[in-house]
Each structure stands twice: as structure tokens, then as C-alpha cells.
Design a protein around this ligand. Structure first.
Ligand SMILES: [Fe+2]
Length: 562
């Protein structure tokens, strides 16, 4: 009999994952279905999408795997309306009321408390109620928040003798953990308490820069590139935490107050640079201690902090590290997969070799959507060759092919693509299409062979999911200036040369025509929305984003010129 496990996460960036006989059959986040970025509602639609994609009935599920039973999470399960207001204020969709700062402070205190038998029972009650509506009778198993993060990274890489590291804001009373992974088992080594949270520190910096916490931390990292170089002895933030062996300790109880006082003395970009430097210093020192103490040479990372690609690049380059893996859906959005892995009797390793585990629109659905739209379209015998021709001519393409990718990055399932060596491309994209901040760079996707040729610090296994920062060789910094930042830094997606898929073939076609097997790859989503999912959403985004063409299945769609 097949073992069918439904993993679910019902908090920030809610989602579901279906593990069938240890293989990830489907995984998707609720935001892609409700169309609200980082959705917080119970992942009803994600569960239904997973079942539909895998052809499984609700009553065939053997076990539901969920995680996190701390009091804060339990309270939001019992009273879901309480998190909606927080969501709206956090995303700057509504103005905070005079009461909000107080409720936020109370929330931050409660969030630190670990779960207990009572909160677990209450969580079970609330979840049972939701599952009842979906006619899912399977028993629920509960898993720890950080152990679930750790499982994503450990099973995602799937190699023994790995140091597994998690760091985030907070969950189940902890903000970080260290494990050793061998033979499918996670052995705990150390924990970081909620009050010593480096994740909360970085969220606080994000908030003070008037950006959205839990969402815009990447902008803080990008802004840091635009400050004058900081001498560590002139960085007062470095005093806020201390690394002591395998422990991380906050110096003082009021980190937010301390950051606020420091911010008053410095411009925003300098605060961002100091925060980035401090985060890198603490995390790299901590992981360095853990590697020395365990003698391990492989590192697997998960938790929201490891969305920071500059930090990940430093860990990758640490002396003695032979492999640095970051789970592609490193934040809480990936927890459904982690919980499912912990519940499974066996997981096929590595779990995340194939990243396109989302829903797929078949040819029929695409044709039906095209028939309903009034956009000019044509079927193409060789859509890859046609897409390459359009890119070479300077077109900006929406690219909707096959199953949707999992995690925060577009990886060639739902991407916007452009020729990377077009002068002025970045400004055109930033202003017109994406309405992004000027300091956010775009990223390249490149064939493995190109990664070796173009990057000066790429030695280990290829990075398939844009999880780490690399540096272009000086000779290529000019030609690829539109997809890199200061000193040629870039976050590349590396695509296997032998991959038979259309995305890889497109890169081959670009190399044959231009000498560069590289495209600019950015996420296919209108401003403020999640990645497009269905053909209808792709067609709408073609118009609202002002792209030139859409390549969807075998079809090329043109934006009608007004
Ligand atoms: Fe987390």
C-alpha cells in the first residue's frame, strides 16, 4: 500500500505538500491560489491543488503532518481573524491604529513562548475542524518548527555527515538550531532561544527602514551595497549579539530600542550595511564554530535568514566547507515539506532534485484561456527557437512552461526573460514592468558550462535555485552589468547542460546565437502579486506588466499595441 502524507503549514506563507512513498508529488503555497502574497489563511486551496495534481482523494491520505504548537500559533488557529489585521498592517495595506504598536509588542512577547501539552491539544482541535471541512479523516502528527526547517534542508540535500543549520524569527520557542544528519536521522546539537533571535533583529532593521518585515529583508541586503564600506570597529550593531561556542546570545533585552537609537545616528543605507555586516559576522562565526566542533564539511541551511544570498555566499566560501546547500524554499513557506518528511517512514533522497512540483496547465487549459482572450496568438512548431529569436531582437518575454516551481524564486517555469546584454534593460524593467526599487538588481540564469566560464568563485556543485551570491569574472562584468550588482556580484541560476527541457534548450539557443548562454530571469508576477499560476493569470500579466510577448506551452502571444 502506498504511504500518502499531506504536509501542511498554516501560518505566514501557508502551504501544502504531498509526499507519496517518500517522493514529493506536489507542493504549492496558498498565495499562488488566493493571489495574496505570503498568504496567512488556512491552505485549503493548496491542499486541493496537491490532491488534484497527484490524482489522490482526500480519504486516501494516511497522515497529516503539521508543525508548530506554540501559544502564538495556537491562538491564531483558534482566532484566525486576529492575524488578518496584523497581515494588512505588516504589508502596509492599511494604516496602523494607535493600539497596533501595543498589540505588536504583546505579540512579539507571546511569540517567544514555547508550546506545551495544552496548546498542542488546542491546535489539534482547531486543525481537526479545518480538516473536517475538507473531508480529510487522517490522523495528525505534530512536529517542531525548527526540526521541520532542518528536515527540508537535510532531506533536500540528502547526504550523510551534514551539519544542518536553521535560523529564523521564532517558532516553538526557538530561533535557531544545529543538527547532524545521518541515515535519515536528525541528531540535535544546539538550540538558539527565541529571545536571542537574529531573524527578529533583521526584521526589526527592515521595519525601521520603513520596509515590510518578513518580506523586504532582501531589499535591506540590496541597499547595503550602496553604503560606504563599514569598518567593523565602527559598527555598533556588532555589540548587540555575542557568539559563544555553539550559542548565540543577545546582549540586552531591548534589541529593537538599541537598533532604533543607532539608526537615529546613521542614514538608511548605512544602517542596512551595518546590519548586513553584523548578520554575516555572527552567523559565519557561529557556523564556523559548529564545523570545527563536529569536524563536518557539509552544511545544509534552512529558515528565513538563509534567504540572504550574500550571507549564504560567505558560508559557501568558508574554509573547509566542501558543500553548502540551501533549501530553495528556505522560509516558513517550506515547512509543509519539512513536516511531511518527518512524518514519513522513508524519504527518497535527495528530495528536491526536481524543483517543478507545482500545478501544471495542460494544452487544453492553455487553448481555452487563449480562446477567451482577444490577444493575438499563434501556435509555434518550435517555441524555443521563436522565443530565442524574440529575445535576441530585444523582446521581454513572459515564459509559462510546464509545472510551477516551488519557493520564492522563478526558475524557468513562470519567469520573465530578457536578453541580459541589452543596455538600459535594468532601468526599463525596474520602472515599467516591475516597479521595483532602483537598488534591487536582476539575476541571470546560465548553463552550467557558462557558470564555470563567467563566475570567478564557482568551484562546487551548481546552484540550481539562486540561493547564493557569486562574482562575475572582471572580463564579463561590463557585458553582464544589467544582471549584476557592485563588483560583479550576482545571484545566478545554473541550469544543467544536458537538461532536455525547453528552458535549457533556450539557453543553448542563446549561446549559439549570441555567444552567451545566459538570460535575465525574474519572477513572472505583476507588482505586489505572487507568481502567476494559471494561463489566465499569465495572459493578464502580459498586459498589466507591459511585456512584449508571452511564450505559453506551444503558443506565442503578442501584447496588442494600443
Ligand atoms: Fe520559521
Amino acid at each position: 500500500m502506498r504511504e500518502i502524507i499531506l504536509g501542511l503549514w498554516d501560518g505566514h506563507d501557508a502551504g501544502a505538500a504531498l509526499l507519496i512513498d517518500g517522493r514529493l508529488a506536489c507542493a504549492i503555497n496558498e498565495e499562488r491560489l488566493t493571489r495574496r502574497k505570503l498568504e496567512i489563511a488556512f491552505p485549503r486551496l493548496a491542499i486541493a491543488a496537491c490532491l488534484k495534481q497527484a490524482g489522490i482523494r482526500a480519504d486516501q491520505i494516511h497522515q497529516v503532518a503539521a508543525c508548530t504548537t506554540d501559544p502564538a500559533k495556537t491562538l491564531t488557529r483558534l482566532l484566525p481573524a486576529t492575524k488578518e489585521r496584523y497581515y494588512q498592517v505588516r504589508r502596509h495595506l492599511i494604516e496602523p491604529s494607535p493600539l497596533d504598536p501595543w498589540t505588536q509588542t504583546a505579540k512579539r512577547i507571546i511569540t517567544r513562548w514555547p508550546g506545551n501539552a495544552a496548546t498542542r491539544q488546542l491546535s489539534e482541535l482547531a486543525l481537526r475542524r479545518e480538516l473536517h471541512h475538507l473531508a480529510i479523516p487522517a490522523p495528525i502528527t505534530w512536529h517542531d518548527h525548527h526540526r521541520s526547517h532542518a528536515a527540508t534542508a537535510a532531506f533536500g540535500l540528502g547526504l550523510n555527515e551534514t551539519l544542518v543549520v536553521t535560523l529564523d524569527g521564532v517558532g516553538d520557542g526557538r530561533s535557531g538550531s544545529l543538527y547532524r544528519f545521518d541515515d535519515g536521522r536528525l541528531a540535535p546539537l544546539a538550540s538558539v532561544a527565541a529571545r536571542d533571535s537574529l531573524g527578529s533583529f533583521f526584521e526589526c532593521v527592515t521595519r525601521l527602514l520603513h520596509l515590510r518585515e518578513l518580506e523586504d529583508e532582501g531589499k535591506v541586503m540590496a541597499l547595503a551595497d550602496h553604503a560606504p564600506e563599514i569598518d567593523p570597529k565602527d559598527n555598533p550593531l556588532l555589540d548587540l549579539f555575542a557568539i559563544d561556542g555553539l550559542g548565540i546570545r543577545a546582549n540586552g533585552r531591548d534589541i529593537e530600542g538599541a537598533v532604533r537609537r543607532i539608526h537615529w545616528r546613521y542614514p538608511n543605507e548605512t544602517l542596512a550595511a551595518m546590519a548586513q555586516q553584523a548578520l554575516e559576522t555572527w552567523v559565519v562565526t557561529w557556523i564556523g564554530h559548529a564545523l570545527a566542533a563536529t569536524g563536518l564539511r557539509r552544511v545544509a541551511l534552512a529558515g528565513g535568514i538563509f534567504a540572504n544570498v550574500r550571507l549564504n555566499g560567505m558560508i559557501r566560501r568558508l574554509p573547509g566547507v566542501e558543500r553548502c546547500y540551501v533549501f530553495p524554499h528556505m522560509g516558513d513557506g517550506g515547512l509543509a515539506v519539512g513536516a511531511a518528511c518527518l512524518a514519513a517512514t522513508q524519504v527518497t533522497l535527495p528530495l528536491m532534485e526536481y524543483l517543478f512540483v507545482g500545478p501544471e496547465a495542460g494544452a487544453e487549459a492553455i487553448e481555452a484561456a487563449l480562446a477567451r482572450s482577444d490577444l493575438p496568438h499563434r501556435r509555434c512548431a518550435d517555441p524555443v527557437a521563436e522565443a530565442a529569436r524574440l529575445l535576441i531582437g530585444g523582446g521581454i518575454l513572459g515564459w509559462h512552461q510546464g509545472r510551477m516551481e516551488y519557493g520564492p524564486r522563478a526558475l524557468g517555469g513562470r519567469s520573465v526573460l530578457a536578453r541580459p546584454d541589452l543596455p538600459g534593460l535594468r532601468e526599463r524593467l525596474n520602472r515599467r514592468l516591475k516597479r521595483r526599487a532602483w537598488y534591487q538588481p536582476f539575476c541571470p540564469a546560465m548553463l552550467d558550462g557558462e557558470a564555470e566560464r563567467l563566475l570567478e568563485d564557482h568551484h562546487g556543485p551548481p546552484d540550481r535555485c539562486m540561493t547564493s551570491l557569486y562574482r562575475l569574472r572582471p572580463a564579463y562584468r561590463g557585458v553582464l552589468a544589467e544582471v549584476s550588482g557592485a563588483e560583479g556580484r550576482c545571484r545566478p541560476q545554473m541550469v544543467p547542460e544536458e537538461d532536455p527541457g525547453r528552458y535549457a534548450r533556450l539557453l543553448h539557443a542563446m549561446r549559439a546565437a549570441t555567444g552567451l548562454g545566459v538570460v535575465l530571469n525574474t519572477s513572472f508576477n505583476p507588482h505586489g502579486e505572487p507568481l502567476v499560476n494559471t494561463p489566465e493569470e499569465a495572459l493578464r500579466a502580459l498586459v498589466t506588466m507591459g511585456l512584449d510577448h508571452l511564450v505559453i506551452g506551444d503558443w506565442i502571444v503578442d501584447r496588442r499595441d494600443e
